[in-house]
Write a protein that binds this ligand. Structure first.
Ligand SMILES: C[S@@+](CC[C@H](N)C(=O)[O-])C[C@H]1O[C@@H](n2cnc3c(N)ncnc32)[C@H](O)[C@@H]1O
Length: 278
């Protein structure tokens, strides 16, 4: 799928993105608590300079800024990035954002202590070449010893079962409930799928149906590990939801520096319907 169609998908979704959460502010706080714990455990207690390179409307970036980190948000979607900055400001914190493609990050080498790419954003890159471009740029942007944090959908099982839909996610709005679900159409390779993203929002006497389409690559943990290794990272660890407390598997890795193995941060699984999703 062309880059512009991913941007169009998220530009169109940006205003409704929070409807995928039962309570977006609560999810932001929970996710930030887990990621903050992970980062401070690995890098030390002081606030860190964090690049969230697929910040969307700020689900992780705003929460991490509220926890005292200096956060910069980048996203392919200028509409989502602008909303992230506005949401941060509305909550009394600052988030600098930029419309940027994670395959061509516009930052000087060694600018950040942490590069974060959360909620399965990597799955929008559909080739190993593109994932490698992104990971290589993330590594270049990290200082020596800096931490890469990727959160991805748990695709290993899904690659075996090839589900055709996701469970509904229900959010309350002032006008009633809004429902989000996806239909998945698997490619012949068994790895990629086109998704139709449905949102049903209350409208006078019934529902308004909003449908947006994009494509994802269902990367297994082994595939992600291999690509991260090939990009030159070390000390690669997976933090699973049942032990790490994040609602998706989280990969951490280092740019150079020390190679000790740490313990995952603590916290509770998050929602967006209780299951991981793109
Ligand atoms: C599932 S959303 C997650 C957004 C955010 N992390 C959150 O949890 O709210 C995926 C995000 O990845 C962004 N994205 C997709 N391809 C990208 C690329 N090549 N460079 C930067 N961002 C990209 C999308 O615009 C979208 O905001």
């Amino acid at each position: 799928m062309a880059e512009s169609s991913v941007r169009d998908f998220y530009d169109a979704l940006a205003g409704d993105y929070h409807l995928m959460f039962a309570d977006w502010d609560r999810s932001m706080a929970r996710q930030a608590a887990v990621l903050d714990g992970l980062v401070r455990h690995r890098l030390g207690e002081r606030p860190h300079r964090i690049l969230d390179c697929a910040c969307g409307i700020g689900t992780q970036a705003v929460g991490l800024a509220l926890r005292g980190h200096e956060v910069v948000g980048g996203d392919l979607s200028p509409v989502a990035a602008a909303r992230a900055a506005a949401e941060a400001s509305a909550r009394g914190t600052r988030l600098a954002t930029v419309a940027a493609d994670m395959r061509a990050l516009p930052f000087a080498p060694a600018s950040f202590d942490v590069v974060l790419c959360a909620d399965n954003s990597l799955a929008h890159l559909l080739t190993a070449h593109d994932v490698t471009r992104a990971l290589t740029g993330m590594r270049r942007t990290l200082r020596d010893g800096g931490l890469l944090v990727l959160t991805v959908r748990a695709y290993d099982e899904l690659r075996r079962t090839h589900p055709t839909a996701t469970p509904p996610q229900v959010a309350r709005t002032p006008d009633g409930r809004a429902i989000t679900f996806q239909l998945w159409h698997w490619h012949e390779d068994g790895e990629r799928y086109d998704l139709e993203h449905f949102q049903l929002v209350p409208a006078a006497g019934g529902w308004q149906v909003r449908v947006r389409r994009t494509t994802s690559w269902a990367l297994t943990r082994a595939q992600v590990t291999r690509l991260v290794t090939e990009a030159g990272f070390t000390d690669i660890m997976w933090h699973e939801p049942d032990t790490g407390g994040y609602y998706q598997p989280v990969l951490t890795a280092r740019r150079g520096g020390r190679t000790r193995r740490g313990t995952p941060g603590s916290g509770r699984p998050d929602d967006k319907g209780g299951s991981s999703r793109a």
